[in-house]
Design a protein around this ligand. Structure first.
Ligand SMILES: CC(C)(COP(=O)(O)OP(=O)(O)OC[C@H]1O[C@@H](n2cnc3c(N)ncnc32)[C@H](O)[C@@H]1OP(=O)(O)O)[C@@H](O)C(=O)NCCC(=O)NCCS
Length: 172
C-alpha cells in the first residue's frame, strides 16, 4: 500500500482523506477481482474486463494491476503489462463520483513507478471518441502514434494508438 504523497503528483487528490494506492499481488483478497470487474464494466460497459482477466493479469510476473482506495472503497484501477523493453496499459477506470481529481493521473504515475528501469516506452489504445481518456493520456505525456481502423466492437470504432517515451532520468 502506498499513499498519494508517494505517487509523484500532488495535485487535487492530496486533500482527500484516506486515499491510497495498492498493487494487487497473490496475497490480495480474491474478492478484489469481482470489485475491479464491476468498476471497469460500470465505466466502459461491454469493453470492461472480467474478474478472471484481472486475476490472470495480476498473476503474471510481468503484469501490473493497481487499485486506488478511499478508505476500504475501491474508486480506481489501472492494469497493464511489460514485455521486452515496452509496456502496455490495458485498462484505466475511475468511479464516476471521483473523477477530475487527478486519480487517473496518479494511477498512471504509479504504473510507471512499478515498471522495471529498462522499459523505455508505454503504449495504449483508446476509442477515438473517448475525449476524457485521450485528454488524460495527452496530459500524462502520451502522443498519438497511429489509428487502428474498426479496432473496437459494440460499437465498432477506430482506436487511437498512443505512445509515451520514458525518459531515462525518470526511470528507477
Ligand atoms: C478517463 C478517466 C479514467 C479519467 O479519470 P480521472 O480520474 O477523472 O482523470 P484525472 O482527474 O486524473 O484527469 C487528468 C486530466 O485528464 C483530462 N481529463 C480527464 N477527464 C476529462 C474530461 N471529462 N474532459 C476533458 N478532459 C478530461 C484533463 O486534462 C485532466 O486534467 P484537469 O482536470 O486538470 O483538466 C475517467 O473519466 C474514466 O474512468 N472514464 C471511463 C473509463 C475510460 O474511458 N477509461 C479509459 C479507457 S482507454
Amino acid at each position: 500500500m502506498f499513499t498519494a504523497e508517494k505517487a509523484g503528483m500532488m495535485r487535487k487528490v492530496d486533500f482527500m482523506d484516506n486515499i491510497s494506492f495498492c498493487r494487487i499481488t497473490s496475497e490480495t483478497d480474491e474478492k478484489i477481482f469481482d470489485i475491479l470487474s464491476e468498476l471497469d464494466k460500470s465505466c466502459v460497459g461491454a469493453d470492461g474486463w472480467t474478474a478472471e482477466s484481472f486475476k490472470s493479469e495480476s498473476a503474471k510476473d510481468n503484469g501490473i494491476v493497481i487499485c486506488c482506495y478511499v478508505g476500504a472503497f475501491v474508486i480506481g484501477l489501472i492494469s497493464g503489462y511489460f514485455a521486452s523493453d515496452e509496456a502496455d496499459i490495458t485498462s484505466v477506470a475511475v468511479n464516476f463520483n471521483y473523477r477530475r481529481r487527478g486519480i487517473a493521473g496518479h494511477l498512471i504515475a504509479e504504473f510507471e513507478n512499478q515498471l522495471p528501469e529498462y522499459i523505455s516506452e508505454i503504449f495504449l489504445e483508446v476509442r477515438e471518441s473517448n475525449f476524457p481518456a485521450v485528454s488524460l493520456y495527452k496530459k500524462c505525456g502520451f502522443e498519438n502514434l497511429h489509428t487502428r481502423r474498426n479496432f473496437y466492437d459494440n460499437p465498432v470504432e477506430n482506436a487511437i494508438v498512443m505512445r509515451k517515451e520514458l525518459k531515462k532520468s525518470n526511470n528507477k
